[in-house]
Design a protein around this ligand. Structure first.
Ligand code: 5GP
Length: 114
Protein backbone atom coordinates (compact mmCIF):
# COMPACT_ATOMS: atom_id res chain seq x y z
CA UNK A 1 0.00 0.00 0.00
CA UNK A 2 1.28 3.50 -0.80
CA UNK A 3 2.50 5.42 2.24
CA UNK A 4 0.23 8.04 3.77
CA UNK A 5 0.54 11.57 2.47
CA UNK A 6 1.50 14.28 4.92
CA UNK A 7 -2.05 15.64 4.75
CA UNK A 8 -3.53 12.23 5.61
CA UNK A 9 -1.19 12.16 8.59
CA UNK A 10 -2.53 15.57 9.65
CA UNK A 11 -6.11 14.29 9.27
CA UNK A 12 -5.21 11.27 11.42
CA UNK A 13 -3.54 13.57 13.98
CA UNK A 14 -0.22 11.79 13.55
CA UNK A 15 1.53 15.11 13.00
CA UNK A 16 0.47 18.43 14.47
CA UNK A 17 -1.06 21.28 12.51
CA UNK A 18 -2.53 24.67 13.37
CA UNK A 19 -6.12 23.84 12.47
CA UNK A 20 -8.38 26.80 11.68
CA UNK A 21 -11.50 24.97 10.43
CA UNK A 22 -12.94 21.48 10.56
CA UNK A 23 -16.22 19.82 9.65
CA UNK A 24 -17.18 16.26 8.81
CA UNK A 25 -15.63 16.38 5.34
CA UNK A 26 -13.07 19.18 5.38
CA UNK A 27 -10.03 20.31 7.32
CA UNK A 28 -8.10 23.58 7.06
CA UNK A 29 -4.78 24.39 8.70
CA UNK A 30 -2.01 26.95 8.40
CA UNK A 31 0.67 26.15 5.83
CA UNK A 32 4.02 25.20 7.36
CA UNK A 33 5.83 27.35 4.78
CA UNK A 34 3.55 30.38 4.34
CA UNK A 35 3.76 32.37 1.11
CA UNK A 36 1.80 35.29 2.53
CA UNK A 37 0.93 36.59 6.01
CA UNK A 38 -2.09 34.29 6.00
CA UNK A 39 -1.68 30.97 4.18
CA UNK A 40 -4.20 28.23 4.89
CA UNK A 41 -4.42 24.80 3.25
CA UNK A 42 -7.95 23.43 2.86
CA UNK A 43 -8.36 19.71 2.20
CA UNK A 44 -11.07 17.08 1.96
CA UNK A 45 -10.79 14.36 4.59
CA UNK A 46 -11.38 11.88 1.78
CA UNK A 47 -8.14 10.91 0.09
CA UNK A 48 -8.32 12.31 -3.46
CA UNK A 49 -4.92 12.61 -5.14
CA UNK A 50 -5.61 15.66 -7.27
CA UNK A 51 -8.34 17.66 -8.96
CA UNK A 52 -8.23 15.47 -12.08
CA UNK A 53 -9.03 12.42 -9.96
CA UNK A 54 -12.41 13.66 -8.74
CA UNK A 55 -15.50 11.70 -9.75
CA UNK A 56 -19.18 12.52 -9.67
CA UNK A 57 -19.18 10.89 -6.21
CA UNK A 58 -17.10 13.84 -5.01
CA UNK A 59 -19.53 16.59 -6.07
CA UNK A 60 -20.85 17.13 -2.57
CA UNK A 61 -17.36 17.23 -1.05
CA UNK A 62 -16.19 19.77 -3.64
CA UNK A 63 -19.21 21.90 -2.83
CA UNK A 64 -18.46 21.68 0.88
CA UNK A 65 -14.83 22.67 0.32
CA UNK A 66 -15.80 25.72 -1.71
CA UNK A 67 -18.51 26.71 0.74
CA UNK A 68 -15.98 26.51 3.57
CA UNK A 69 -13.72 29.11 1.93
CA UNK A 70 -15.75 32.27 2.68
CA UNK A 71 -16.47 30.92 6.16
CA UNK A 72 -12.75 30.48 6.84
CA UNK A 73 -12.03 33.91 5.32
CA UNK A 74 -14.61 35.51 7.60
CA UNK A 75 -13.34 33.71 10.68
CA UNK A 76 -9.78 34.89 9.95
CA UNK A 77 -10.93 38.46 9.23
CA UNK A 78 -9.71 38.49 5.63
CA UNK A 79 -11.65 41.64 4.85
CA UNK A 80 -9.26 42.90 2.16
CA UNK A 81 -9.65 39.80 0.02
CA UNK A 82 -7.82 36.58 -0.54
CA UNK A 83 -6.53 34.40 -3.35
CA UNK A 84 -7.72 30.81 -3.77
CA UNK A 85 -5.18 28.54 -5.50
CA UNK A 86 -5.34 24.92 -6.57
CA UNK A 87 -2.12 23.41 -7.91
CA UNK A 88 -2.92 20.37 -10.04
CA UNK A 89 -0.09 18.19 -11.25
CA UNK A 90 3.60 18.63 -11.88
CA UNK A 91 3.59 21.74 -14.06
CA UNK A 92 1.46 23.56 -11.50
CA UNK A 93 3.90 22.63 -8.73
CA UNK A 94 1.67 20.25 -6.80
CA UNK A 95 3.88 18.64 -4.17
CA UNK A 96 1.40 16.88 -1.92
CA UNK A 97 -0.73 14.29 -3.69
CA UNK A 98 -3.86 15.03 -1.73
CA UNK A 99 -6.30 17.50 -3.29
CA UNK A 100 -6.04 20.89 -1.60
CA UNK A 101 -6.78 24.57 -1.97
CA UNK A 102 -4.46 27.31 -0.79
CA UNK A 103 -6.15 30.35 0.78
CA UNK A 104 -3.64 33.21 0.63
CA UNK A 105 -4.14 36.65 2.12
CA UNK A 106 -2.58 39.54 3.95
CA UNK A 107 -0.74 41.16 1.04
CA UNK A 108 -1.50 42.16 -2.56
CA UNK A 109 -0.90 39.45 -5.18
CA UNK A 110 0.35 39.99 -8.70
CA UNK A 111 -1.25 38.81 -11.91
CA UNK A 112 -0.39 36.80 -13.93
CA UNK A 113 0.82 34.39 -11.25
CA UNK A 114 4.39 33.10 -11.45
P1 5GP B 1 1.34 22.14 -3.19
O1 5GP B 1 2.68 22.60 -3.64
O2 5GP B 1 1.24 20.63 -3.23
O3 5GP B 1 0.20 22.82 -3.89
O4 5GP B 1 1.20 22.60 -1.69
C1 5GP B 1 1.51 21.80 -0.59
C2 5GP B 1 1.61 22.72 0.59
O5 5GP B 1 1.64 21.94 1.76
C3 5GP B 1 2.89 23.58 0.59
O6 5GP B 1 2.52 24.96 0.63
C4 5GP B 1 3.60 23.15 1.86
O7 5GP B 1 4.27 24.20 2.53
C5 5GP B 1 2.48 22.56 2.69
N1 5GP B 1 2.92 21.53 3.61
C6 5GP B 1 3.73 20.47 3.31
N2 5GP B 1 3.93 19.72 4.41
C7 5GP B 1 3.24 20.31 5.42
C8 5GP B 1 3.07 19.98 6.81
O8 5GP B 1 3.58 19.00 7.35
N3 5GP B 1 2.28 20.81 7.54
C9 5GP B 1 1.68 21.90 6.99
N4 5GP B 1 0.93 22.65 7.80
N5 5GP B 1 1.82 22.24 5.69
C10 5GP B 1 2.60 21.45 4.91
Amino acid sequence: MASKSVFKRIIDREIPADIVYEDGDCLAFRDINPQSPVHVVLIPKKEIADFQSVTTEDEAILGKLLMAVPRIAASLGLNNGFRLVLNNGRDAGQEVKHLHFHILAGRPFGWPPG
